[in-house]
Design a protein around this ligand. Structure first.
Ligand SMILES: C[S@@+](CC[C@H](N)C(=O)[O-])C[C@H]1O[C@@H](n2cnc3c(N)ncnc32)[C@H](O)[C@@H]1O
Length: 571
């Protein structure tokens, strides 16, 4: 669900009480309809006419669009088409703060409960957080949209014992905190990203994430069903709590009235009531005070206490709110040199000494298997270290499938790493290639990707990195032997642009492994690649891609997000 949609804004809550709000929703302002215009009738009385103006439809593949597809799938496309033909798809039967009981039918791709409205409004969908399929719930509507309304969960009247076990919830802030939304890369801010799944067993979480991958390819890839492989079970994270290596809690500066009441600015050790240091409260713009975050690594939680005390002591000196950065870093140990052999077997990282770094300019160090990665605190690195060996091994095995049993002289020798960050895939897989070329937009990350090749003593000249738009890599690697080249793509949430895809289609190397934290844009891009390659193949020859495999990786346990890996092979 979109951040916009979930965060029923302060104005929703503050400007006017329920009655005023109720009339606003009845007038369809919240549902994208314009305010009624007042005209004077022949009797001199004012009456209202309504000019219908449609709200723009969501951008394809946006979180709103993903949700709309879930709504259509629950209502059935015939019923939806019928409502649209009647022009009533924005006419919600529900008013602001209207309460009702519904039964949850399924979960949306962002992890919210979808229910049909109570009879006679069962061709309208109600969307609520924290409830599970099969549960009877009481909800209160706070916003209407196209054939659906968003509602707060008031009560779970009857639970689904097959799915829900509240004893599994390990976080005291569960149900209130939207913190994870603020802990991921910038593009993840566009989506709601919080811990909604703790009441589920881990196996159920993995199954649900597999369904998200299936649905994404069904709704967004435009690939014929017969050409979409059976999605493999989601690979679980070795750590399901204490895994996040980066958190970004925040706090507001003292409000004016508190400053005035305080007079001077004394140093204090007692936290004023208004001071909250943590993550946003779900559905609000207020901060929820967080003393520990169970999905963050232990060193971050240990540091959080001291950081909070420092803020409390100096709170009166802050003129503005602050967003903090806490990153888990392996302390540099000169006796612990990176492994230079071609063996990238996993080593336990438990022996490492970890520290919490808060300076965005400071260098963070992570260890993945036997390799080290250094990068500035402000730059991108995957946030769940515990699953990086399974993930990079999986990508390696996709490029060198044992099932193909290729003779040595036909094995891939060249790797292209698009959107390479500070070189994770390039460096982890470098022992298996003669030549690796990476590209990445952030010049800082590229500086560190190059540094990481020396840090890991990768033979000189094997890995080269350049800063720039990913599409620029194809002119650099034009001499690579296509039948022995593999391409890894790991773009941000918005996916690849069409220029990149066009050049990929012309380049057409043997294997493409597409890793993505947004399976919906991945499905769209993979569909486009297959389509464009097929058209080119039918006119120019050169082979077409098949979508060989699809699988989710749980980089984000306890949240609704899934990392998806698609493997394309040229035939
Ligand atoms: C999901 S991260 C993956 C990074 C890396 N593969 C890793 O696993 O650490 C996506 C990366 O794409 C970079 N990026 C964003 N837009 C880009 C573009 N147009 N061209 C190249 N890189 C881009 C971002 O800076 C970010 O480092």
């Amino acid at each position: 669900m979109s951040a916009q949609a979930r965060h029923h804004s302060l104005s929703d809550m503050e400007d006017g009480g329920p009655a005023e709000k109720r009339s606003r929703v009845d007038n369809n302002q919240d549902s994208g309809m314009p305010a009624p215009t007042r005209v004077t009738s022949s009797t001199g009385q004012k009456k209202q006419t309504r000019k219908k103006k449609r709200k723009p439809l969501p951008d394809p593949c946006s979180p709103e669009d993903v949700l709309w597809n879930d709504v259509v799938s629950l209502l059935g496309s015939e019923s939806v088409d019928h409502k649209i033909a009647q022009g009533v798809e924005w006419d919600s039967p529900f008013g602001f703060r209207e309460e009702m009981e519904v039964e949850v039918s399924k979960l949306s791709s962002s992890g919210d409960a979808l229910a049909l409205g109570p009879v006679p409004h069962s061709s309208w969908v109600i969307i609520t957080p924290f409830a599970l399929p099969g549960e009877k719930i009481r909800v209160r509507v706070y916003r209407n949209s196209r054939l659906h309304s968003f509602a707060d969960l008031l009560d779970v009247i009857s639970t689904n014992p097959e799915l829900r076990d509240n004893d599994r919830i390990k976080c005291q802030y569960f149900g209130k905190c939207s913190g994870c939304q603020y802990q991921v890369c910038l593009f993840c801010l566009l989506t709601n990203w919080y811990s909604t799944r703790q009441m589920l067993s881990y196996e159920d979480q993995l199954d649900i994430k597999r369904d998200v991958v299936i649905k994404a390819y069904h709704n967004f890839s435009k690939i014929p069903k017969s050409e979409v492989p059976t999605v493999h079970p989601t690979i679980g994270s070795p750590l399901q709590y204490r895994y996040r290596t980066k958190i970004t809690p925040h706090f507001d500066a003292p409000p004016k009235r508190a400053r005035e009441a305080e007079g001077a600015n004394p140093i204090t050790t007692i936290k004023p009531d208004w001071l909250k240091i943590g993550f946003n409260e779900i559905g609000k713009r207020t901060v929820l005070d967080i003393e520990e975050c169970p999905i963050a690594t232990p060193v971050l939680n240990e540091a959080l206490g001291g950081i909070r005390s420092d803020i409390i002591r100096n709170i009166w000196s802050y003129k503005r709110g602050v967003s903090l950065l806490l990153r888990d870093s392996v302390e540099a140990n000169m006796t612990d040199t990176p492994d230079t052999s071609d063996n990238i077997d996993n080593l336990s990282i438990d022996m490492e000494k970890h520290v919490c770094i808060t300076d965005p300019k400071a260098i963070i160090r992570e260890k993945v298997g036997k390799k080290y990665f250094e990068f500035p605190g402000h730059s991108f690195f995957q946030n769940n270290n515990s699953i990086l060996i399974p993930l990079t091994d999986y990508v390696r095995d996709a490029i060198f499938p044992t099932s193909l049993e290729l003779p040595l002289d036909q094995r891939p020798t060249h790797l292209v790493d698009a959107y390479c960050g500070s070189g994770l895939f390039s460096i982890m897989l470098s022992p298996h290639f003669q030549t690796v070329a990476g590209i990445e937009l952030s010049a800082d990350s590229i500086k560190f990707a190059t540094h990481n090749t020396s840090l890991n003593k990768i033979p000189e000249g094997r890995c080269t990195f350049r800063a720039g738009d990913a599409a620029n890599i194809f002119s650099v690697v034009s001499e690579f032997p296509r039948d022995k080249t593999a391409l890894i793509i790991d773009p941000p949430r918005k996916g690849c642009d069409e220029n990149f895809i066009d050049q990929l289609v012309s380049f057409r190397c043997k294997t493409v492994v597409y890793v993505s934290c947004n399976v919906h844009t991945q499905a769209r891009d993979v569909g486009m690649i297959l389509d464009k390659v097929q058209k080119k193949d039918s006119t120019e020859g050169g082979g077409h891609y098949v979508l060989e495999s699809l699988r989710g990786f749980d980089l984000f346990p306890q949240t609704a997000h899934v990392e998806s890996v698609a493997v394309l092979r040229l035939r």
